[in-house]
Design a binder for this molecule. Sequence first.
Ligand SMILES: [Zn+2]
Length: 77
Amino acid sequence: MREARVSDYIHCPNCDDKLHPFSRVNRTEAAHINEERGVTDGHGWWRCENRTAKGRCLWVQPHWHQAKGFSLPESFR
Ligand SMILES: [Zn+2]
């Protein structure tokens, strides 16, 4: 069964001042967040869907907690 990919519009500190679509992280991204941050709620985090010339934006955060967010490593492009 696939999880529905619902987008939400959130401000992204890595992108510009506009709101950008975010979607829930996938399983691989969630595992990295849990390991990197020592948390267990990585599956509930969101990732910016904006694309730049370099590829997809790497910013992830809990939905309403931008201060807790960070950028995934380049391998997640
Ligand atoms: Zn972004």
